[in-house]
Structures are given as C-alpha cells and as structure tokens.
Design a protein around this ligand. Structure first.
Ligand code: SF4
Length: 427
C-alpha cells in the first residue's frame, strides 16, 4: 500500500489517500471521496458504477470514423493542422499539471495562438479583484484551525470539492475549533437549495440576478452604515453573521461566472477588505479543477496578467478578460478539459460546419475526443506520471507516479508538437 498519496480529483488535492496497487493497476483507494475515486479507478465522475473508457492508442478521424494510428503518424497529422492554422486556440489546461501547462504556453507562443483557460470567466476576474484590493490568501489548514465563520457564495462543495467540508471548512476540527461545526457559523447564498445548504444556517436563497443587490445591501449596512434602498431577504442575517466573525472565509463557486462575474468579485473583494480591517478574512474561488490555480500562477508569472494571452496579436501579445469568440478560431488544441461538455449544441455545430480541426490530449474518451481529428491518449498525472500542481490556496505539491504505463505524459506530447513548429523540446 502506498500512503499519503495526493488526489487530483479537485483543487483540494487531498494528500492522505492510501492506494493499493497490484502490478500496473490500482485496485483499492482509501480516504477518497466518490468524486476522487474516478481518477484512480476509471469510473464516471457522477456515476461511480459506470466505467470510463480509457484511451490507449492515438487516433485520427477520417470521413467521420476514428482509426488507431502510431504516435509518429498522429504527430504528423497534428502537424498539418498546426502549420495550416491562422487563428489557433489552445483551450482548457485547468486539469493539467504545471509542467504540461508550461509546455502548452510554450506551444501557444510558438504557434502564435491564443491560450484560453477553461474557467477564464470564473477565475480571471477573481485575480483581477485580488490584485486591485491587495487581498492575501490563507492556508486551508489555518482556516481549519481558526475560522469560526464560513460563507459559501454560489458554491456547493459537496458537489465540486466533496472533502473540503470535512478537511477544512465545516466539520473539521482544528487547534481552535475542536468541536468542528459546533464552533462555526456556516452560511450559504445560492439560487437553489443545494446539498451544502442543508447544514448552512442561514441559507439565503436568492432569485437569479439578485446577487449584486444582496452584495450592495451588505456593503450599505456594513461599510457605509446605512439602510440600503432595497433589501434582499436574508441581508440582515448575513450582516449579523459577518459582523460577529472573529476569523472567516468566503468560498465562491463557479456559478458566479454565469452572472456579472467581474462586478460580483469586485463587490465581494470590497466586502472582504472591510472585514479585514476588523478580523482576518479571506476570499477564495472553490476551484473544482485540480490545477486551475497553477495555471493562473503561470500566466501571472509569464505574461503579467491572469487573462487569456493571445500570441497572434499584431502587437505580439495581448491578454483578454472575456471568453473567445469561437467564430474567430480556425484550429483548436484541447488539453485538460472536455470542451464540448461545456459548449452549447449550436456552438459545437458551428465549429463542425466550419470544419475547425481539433487536436485533443486526454487520458479518457469524452465528448471532445469523439469529435476530434487527432487524439493523443496521455498518462494520468499523479498516478501514471509525476507532475506538480497548486492546491486551491496556492500551495504547490508534487504528484507522484504510482504505476507504469506505456502512454506518454501530456507535457511530452505538447513538447513534441512544439518541435514540429521548430521549438525546443522544452523540459
Ligand atoms: S475532495 Fe477532491 S482532492 Fe479530496 S478526495 Fe475528493 S476529489 Fe480528491
């Protein structure tokens, strides 16, 4: 049995798993949630009894049918797409390790492509607000030990990061929170009652579009000390909860990206700045993809911006806060994401009608691999190959290799693709 294994099921990167391997197979995993187990024993994320189809050989699609081909032949096919593209896009990356993200960024630069994180609309405005207000991060262990107030805003950790509530935010027992949930006030704001809402008091159910109004009400009461002109039901309960906190954290879910994300992050950051003048308070996105944070660290380090870098811009590099206009894209490389799972049927159809060629790197068959021209199967990071990832609070961790596979790691495939364009093999 291998102890203290890190799970790449979500941004919690839980580091206490016990994994039993037999030869080149994982046969048992302990201390893992149902969500994480599908990474180790190939089952579907939302249906743990259904198997996920592993990709074992590179594929090329001709006349709508997929054929297995050799790795070199797949590189050759992908090379034609790389060389012919005029407005290419590298998409996804939030479920790649950091070495793969670095390799993808090098490839995007060499390909003069735009690089679009799969959760750009959610995370980029968070980093923007973080920088504008100079907010700091708190290690999750410190939240476990000290936080007596937790607010989930449009977030359902039971669904996106299942062990977050038992390891850090709700039921966990820390140095100064020995009685776990009994020592904490847990609240949630959402547009419908989620599994998380069941243990949140208060749970503030709002109508879609009321988030900003609720935030304005909180700001009016807490920051400006006055009654807001209009008050969303539950505002006063939240005001009481926040003003009684002695150490708190707000975790925000991906749902905010379906609304006015920039204004919401700005309002939440302003609120947290004010709370911080009284007690320690932090603001976090609840990253469900395991290395979303690593990607934004990389973008900030390499381009100075959390936005989507475009290396094909006339100026050499421009960065975009808003999602790509798919009509402008003429070739796609997808890695660390299942793009077609998030796209509307109309968008998928439009790409198909324009015959936009797609190259995909993925360990498993998914909706995007089913439509791709070239598919590269890759080794699973943290199970079949070593990698590095950043936990949702920015802690870098080393992922280990537990079993062997003949499949290549994604960073190597990306480096080989870059070489076709005349790049170095990276590293
Ligand atoms: S909470 Fe996330 S990291 Fe932890 S075991 Fe579940 S899926 Fe894995």
């Amino acid at each position: 049995m291998i102890e203290s294994v890190i799970c790449t099921g979500c941004g919690c990167l839980c580091d206490d798993l016990d994994v039993t391997v037999e030869g080149d197979r994982v046969i048992e995993v302990a201390n893992v949630c149902l969500w994480g187990v599908n990474k180790f024993i190939a089952t579907k994320k939302f249906h743990s009894k259904k198997d996920r189809r592993r990709l074992l050989a590179p594929q090329v699609r001709r006349k709508g049918r997929a054929f297995d081909i050799s790795y070199d032949a797949a590189l050759e096919e992908a090379g034609k797409i790389l060389i012919q593209a005029r407005r290419p896009l590298v998409y996804g990356l939030t479920n790649n390790g950091s070495w793969a993200q670095e390799a993808a960024l090098r490839l995007a630069r060499r390909w003069q492509a735009r690089l679009e994180p799969g959760d750009l609309a959610f995370m980029a405005p968070y980093y923007e607000a973080l920088a504008r207000h100079g907010l700091y991060w708190t290690p999750l262990e410190e939240i476990r030990d000290e936080a007596d107030t937790i607010l989930f805003w449009g977030a359902n950790p039971i669904h996106s990061c299942p062990r977050h509530v038992v390891r850090y935010s709700v039921f966990s027992r820390g140095r100064f929170t020995e009685r776990g949930a009994e020592e904490r006030q847990i609240a949630a704001v959402d547009i419908y009652p989620t599994e998380t809402a069941k243990f949140c008091k208060p749970f503030i159910q709002i109508d879609p579009g009321q988030e900003l109004e609720l935030l304005q009400g909180l700001a009016a009461h807490l920051i400006e000390g006055q009654e807001p002109p209009k008050r969303v039901k539950g505002t006063k309960k939240l005001v009481k909860l926040l003003s009684e906190a002695s150490f708190g954290a707000i975790f925000v879910g991906r749902g905010v990206s379906y609304g006015p994300a920039r204004k919401l992050w700005e309002g939440l950051a302003r609120l947290v700045v004010w709370l911080n003048t009284r007690v320690p308070f932090s603001l976090f996105p609840l990253a469900s993809d395991f290395n979303s944070v690593g990607l934004y660290h990389l973008l900030l380090r390499e381009t100075g911006s959390p936005y989507a870098p475009d290396f094909g811009a006339a100026s050499g590099l421009s960065s975009h806060p808003t999602p790509v206009d798919w009509r402008e894209v003429d070739a796609l490389l997808v890695t660390g994401a299942d793009l077609f799972w998030f796209m509307s049927e109309d968008q998928v159809q439009a790409l198909k009608e324009r015959r936009v060629p797609i190259i995909v790197l993925s360990p498993f068959a998914n909706r995007t691999t089913a439509k791709a021209q070239v598919v590269f199967p890759v080794a699973l990071s943290g199970i079949e190959t070593e990698e590095v990832a950043y936990r949702m609070d920015g802690l870098p961790v080393e992922l280990q290799k537990l079993i062997s596979t003949p499949l290549r790691p994604d960073h190597q495939v990306l480096a080989d693709l870059e070489q076709i364009l005349g790049g170095s093999t990276g590293g």
